[in-house]
Design a protein around this ligand. Sequence first.
Ligand code: NAD
Length: 471
Amino acid sequence: MDAHRFYIGGEWVAPLGHEQVDIRNPADFSPLGTAILGNAFDADRAVAAARKAFETWRFSTVEERLDLLRRMRAAVEAAAPTIAEHLIREIGLTTMVAGGQSHMALSHFDAILDLLPSYPFSEASTERVELVKEPVGVVVAITSWNAPVSQMLCKAVPAIAAGCTVIVKPSEQAPLCGILLAEALQDAGIPPGVFNLLNGRGADCGQRLVEHPDVDMISMTGSVPGGGAIAAAAAPTIKRVHQELGGKSPNVILPDADFSEAIPKGVFTCMMNAGQTCAAPTRMLVPEDRFEEAAAIAVAAAEGFTVGPPDQQGVTFGPLSNEPQFMRVNAILEEAIAEGQPLLTGGPGLPEHLDTGYYARPTIFGPVDPDARIAREEIFGPVLCLMTYTDVADAVRIANATEFGLSAYVEGADSALARKVAGQIRAGWVNINYPAWTAAGPFGGYKRSGNGKQYGVWGFEEFLETKTIVV
Ligand code: NAD
């Protein structure tokens, strides 16, 4: 793969920036290649291409958009096995998680292909008033590294369907996967400038994209500090900013839950993908008088996981995706131990059977002090905080005692009680008793977990403006 080029204006162009980075497999540090990170001049060039294309693409018909999206979907589907194999190497996803992300990526096309034919782009409000839905304009999609291809498509697909043109800037921690996606898409016959992709750091290339006066909207997935910096940089030009940010999701194990099922599933959901999942249930809330029982089940589950090379069968999770993440997770664990948070299993450093790679040990602390850093901050590693509650009202209070509000989990036998608790938690997505993943509702955080929604019609409408025409 040649990652010394960007896809801009319908062709592969040589970057204007010169920073070259080595990309290595986080499981064994074997070299995967090098990539060029662009600068502000690359950002300007991408914006010019997208702006020019917008003047045509915004008038495309629904049929033209459907045609294009069908071709793009076919291209992504054909490349899905290659992309999944690559994600295992570049960011350490297990085969199962990589397959799940490919499925999610295609589901973003399917949702839009379903809704676009009947979407009311024009409606009469009264006899004299027409409401028209129009594309918001040039969209910059900025993504993180933990589910990169799915995130790029989750933004680009509805934006293009809305009549916008898109510039994708993937994370500098995983620059190869975006190139692979653009390679897959280049044969789909995308009109020049409708889909553009460049690599670059947030503070340089990303910042220029966000500040650029010819960009109308930013759709960003990443951390709260990153999201805040982007919102601040976008403010002077009054851009729409859609943010999908981090979480510290509670998992309320109600007293009537079947602990033997609910707790192991909760530990797995927390630690899947080495804990690098925005919606991971990282705070497990259990009844105070049954803490010992809950802790024993949770520890047994974590100690039963197999950490190892992500392409090997039977591995529960692979390495952390990159060096900064490895350093950060270990520093937080060391701090928690130093301040006396009770470590039940795991801890900093490599698992005993591994001597290379950015691997982390399945780690559980409990009962954790709700004011401790590990109880408040997103760690993005395989780390579970067990916390105790006295009664259901106390559980809801603790669940809500966070600056985040991305998702939450409730487990219990009494479905009316579980539903009541779900209604009391301030989070954008609440799972009751670990349902299968679905895109049938909007996904997006409350509080500092973000602004705006993705998936389906809700995600699509983020990329539309409403015009009123009065006769
Ligand atoms: P990050 O904030 O460091 O970076 C995310 C992206 O933003 C990168 O492409 C980066 O280059 C860019 N960026 C950062 N600062 C910028 C700036 N000032 N201007 C322009 N661009 C800038 O986050 P990360 O470490 O890549 O990702 C991990 C985070 O993403 C976690 O907090 C995780 O919870 C979150 N996440 C959220 C969701 C969701 O849907 N809510 C999904 C996946 C990941």
